[in-house]
Write a new protein. Sequence first.
Length: 286
Amino acid sequence: MTQPHTLPNSPLTVATIQATPTPGDVAGNTVIAADLVIQAGERGARVAVLPELFLCAYHPPVLAADPAGTDVAADPAGMVAEPRLDPLRVAAREAGVTAVVGAAVRHPDGRRTIAALVVDRTGEVRVGYDKQQLWGDERELFSPGGRGATLLVDDWRLGLGICYDGCFPEHGRAAALDGAHAYLCPSGYLAGSEHRRDLYYAARALDNTMFVVFANAVGGVDPWRFNGGAAIYDPEGRVLARGPDDGTAVLVATLDPAVLAATRTAHSMLLDRLPDQGGARLSMPG
């Protein structure tokens, strides 16, 4: 069966990370992130994904009170020259790891977004993606992003999402239709949401026959206590690696293009999907 998109030629080892940042401490959290990226590289990872808003911590009271201290600034091209991120630049360059890490970003036009920063293997930092689906009170602090994004690493296409984006099947599907082989989701799931945390991202993997890499914050103090469970899923939604509900963890798995090809041959939803679901729906008495 013809594949809907070109497949990678070689495997890609990735890491998903769960850790506890300190609210408002961008410099300190960057040092933690840099150490975790180095650990991922030592275990063979070429890509490492850290949680949503990790550099400032997902803590709305602090984000509201100190935007100047919690945000990093992007230039019109989306590049970030923030000196506080230097340890992460050095770690990515020395470890040979592309890092995807959550941050609050201030754009030149005044917008403030929840972003996935991409720190590439040369140490450059850019805004890879701005969260499109804002959740709850996030709308009071942030503006939504206006478009999706795909990260290119070697010959892998990696769709980017952030937390609540992954609750919408159409977001993962848009990544898959852009040729994504995997879907990377920095996230912040609160304690008590374990069922949804473990269901959404497995479903996005199976919906779209693509790998999913889900990172999550862990720890903190109620009501902003997070539940870990970072995971990597295969294209049928099976767990390749999962972290515990507590404690720091760096979880590594290798994404195999042969598994991707076999899954898309056996489960051909991307090929078989209808362009639409027809005209007006039929309603009938029971």
